[in-house]
Design a binder for this molecule. Sequence first.
Ligand SMILES: [Zn+2]
Length: 265
Amino acid sequence: MSNEEWGYTGVNGPSTWTEKFPEARGARQSPVDIITSRASSGGSAPPFVFNYSVNHTRSVVNPGYCWRVDENGYSSELRGGPLGSDVYKLEQWHCHWGAVDGEGSEHTVDGRSFSGELHLVHWNSSKYDSFTQAAGQPDGLAVLGVFLVVGSKHDELDKVVRLLPYIQHRGDKVTMSEPLNPKNLLPRQIAYWTYPGSLTTPPCTESVTWILLKQPVEVSAEQLALMRKLRCGEASCGVEAMELLHNYRPTLPLGNREMRDYGGN
Ligand SMILES: [Zn+2]
């Protein structure tokens, strides 16, 4: 999919996505505002089991609408929590941010935005053969969402952020050989909300079990500033390669879906 088809500016922004991507009009769309008083108690769920691989080569990519780290098929797995007995493999993780601090998260909590949101995208490898196949199924994907607030520099995330100057333009890609533990991107406390939703970028497929961690993690203002310097166009666009100042989709109605709350108030 070429980036001209959709983006985050006026001419190709989220309000236009439904014209080209009919699924974006559905009743199971994401993100949503989490109204904490209306979330139902999930009771007890088994703990998550994170079986993430640390020592392997990853790719850091600028697809034109975020930065993304591809796990390149290494076996990093998540199971437990609300996911039942199925094993979900970590495919990639990426970030959403805003033009200024205090906005940039996709999900909001009681109307409050955060300065960014990390998404760790997993696919159901118990039921499906590939990420692509899983991405079209209602129980195909599980995305862990981590809210970012401005504070101290995040050391583990910095392994990615310091590579961003090398992937300034759409299509740029570098290899990261430094060990990194995706678990270190998560907050200490694994309390969360969960609901059925969609990808937040076109084609907005309704295949995601969302797991939003309640406790935000800190990143520095400098780290966020480096994200905003990424460009959504190719190097050949020259000055036309605009900075990717913000890349979050506004919230959509929860509708009849149940938001479940698992602990940690
Ligand atoms: Zn995302």
